[in-house]
Design a protein around this ligand. Structure first.
Ligand SMILES: Nc1ncnc2c1ncn2[C@@H]1O[C@H](COP(=O)(O)OP(=O)(O)O)[C@@H](O)[C@H]1O
Ligand SMILES: [Mg+2]
Length: 406
């Protein structure tokens, strides 16, 4: 385990900046000046050889290395650096040529992290991003906290096509509008996950990368594997190839959801249909289960069977919510929410109306929640569910504080 960073005020935080570009040191000193809680002493080295010398002499607490990719030259340098100063935390600086066109490919991120890079910042350096990274590396140098931070809300349905994914995606986007970068959507509908398509996101990384890296999965890696949507939402996408889904087992899933609720304020999980070991692992880490049904007899019957099953798995009625969605236009004989409540012998918590633009959005990749003014009733229903998750989250934080879990 990495020893705590040396950032005591007497010595200051010794930082080494490795880049052929002399402007990076200046950029760094400028950004660092705004990060007042960390007094720093910055030195720089233009090449890997001189960087190793400087690291040997100065034993920096953090080394910032400008990186284009995970070339063998870079990986060799990181290995040598570790030998020279095993206690330094290494942070990759992503150059502007890369940030201008996107970000480092997921495969490079993984090899760099395997070689010891703990986090990344983008050029041009912004003091807010630098502060976040410093806070994270200072925290991650301490023993991993077991504390639960976020609220896990799983969207379940007893039947396919009731609208779990549509609701999970829209609710997650709404929450992300309120809490940018603090909401993670996990697409655990492993065989046929569609969240990435619904958000028009390419999937260079998916949940399978998190499974393959389970041993080193920490907050930083999870954030890098999660795709970023413009709304501020993060998505851990379903496997692009259904065959890969077989690699996701219950142990890996539990580790992922556990790391997710330590790292994000809200974790929304879209689930598949089968009540298998993977779903059980998700339920183990779930705070509230949102059971989606529709006004048909088979869907409500299946819902009536699912609720006691959830109770048996440790999710009593106080932690489940029932949503009656309308994935089709109303039809004669359709069960109304009041009939559903009657059959289930419990309250229906939320009712979501039919809106044909939900279907349209599946093809455009723009969730309807972003044009809420035109989506009046739907928008209100999504906001209502999001507010309930938000307040359930606050309540569970308070309960945990009372129980001494946080
Ligand atoms: N409230 C709604 N209004 C209109 N169409 C909806 C609504 N909810 C879901 N749909 C449509 O129903 C279909 C199934 O929804 P989906 O979210 O994929 O269900 P599930 O994830 O439960 O299988 C999709 O074509 C979706 O566009
Ligand atoms: Mg689905």
């Amino acid at each position: 385990m990495t020893p705590p960073l040396n950032d005591d005020s007497e010595r200051g935080l010794h930082v080494l900046v490795v880049s052929p570009d002399p402007a990076l040191e200046e950029e760094f000193v400028g950004a660092m000046a705004d990060v007042s809680m960390h007094r720093s002493l910055v030195a720089s080295a233009p090449a890997f050889r001189s960087a190793l010398e400087a690291a040997r002499r100065r034993t920096p607490a953090i080394v910032f290395v400008e990186l284009m990719a995970a070339s063998s030259e870079v990986l060799d340098f990181l290995k040598d650096l570790r030998e020279v100063t095993s206690s330094a935390v290494v942070v990759g600086v992503v150059p502007q040529e890369v940030t201008a066109i996107g970000r480092l490919p997921g495969a490079d991120v993984i090899s760099l992290m395997r070689a010891g890079v703990r986090d990344f910042v983008n050029r041009p350096l912004a003091s807010t991003e630098l502060r976040d990274v410093l806070d994270r590396v200072v925290v991650s140098a301490r023993p991993e906290s077991a504390a639960r931070y976020g609220h896990v809300a799983a969207f379940l349905g007893s039947k396919g096509g009731v609208g779990r994914s549509a609701l999970a995606v829209n609710v997650a986007c709404r929450l992300a509008q309120w809490h940018a970068d603090e909401v993670l959507l996990i697409d655990a509908s492993l065989q046929s996950g569609a969240c990435a398509l619904m958000l028009d996101l390419a999937t260079p990384t998916t949940i399978v990368d998190a499974v393959r890296e389970r041993e080193r999965l920490d907050r930083t890696l999870l954030r890098h594997l999660a795709l970023r949507h413009d709304s501020g939402l993060r998505l851990l996408a379903a496997p692009s190839d259904p065959l890969e889904a077989a690699e996701v087992d219950d142990e890996a899933m539990l580790r992922i959801v556990t790391m997710a609720h330590r790292s994000f304020r809200y974790v929304i999980v879209d689930t598949g249909l089968s009540l298998d070991n993977v779903l059980m692992a998700i339920l183990d880490a779930t705070d509230t289960a949102w059971v989606v049904t529709q006004g048909t007899v088979p869907a409500v019957g299946a819902c009536a069977r699912l609720l006691p099953t959830l109770e048996g798995l440790g999710l009593p009625a106080s932690r489940t919510r029932v949503i009656v969605n309308a994935p089709q236009p109303s039809f004669s004989g359709e069960l109304r929410p009041v009939d559903v409540a009657d059959r289930l012998q419990r309250d229906v918590d939320h009712v979501v109306p039919y809106d044909r633009r939900v279907g349209v959005s599946m093809n455009t990749g723009v969730p309807p929640i972003f044009s809420a003014h035109r989506w009046q009733r739907l928008g209100r229903a999504i906001t209502g569910i999001s507010e309930s998750i938000s307040s359930a989250g606050t309540t569970s934080i308070e309960a945990d504080v009372a129980r001494g879990r946080r």
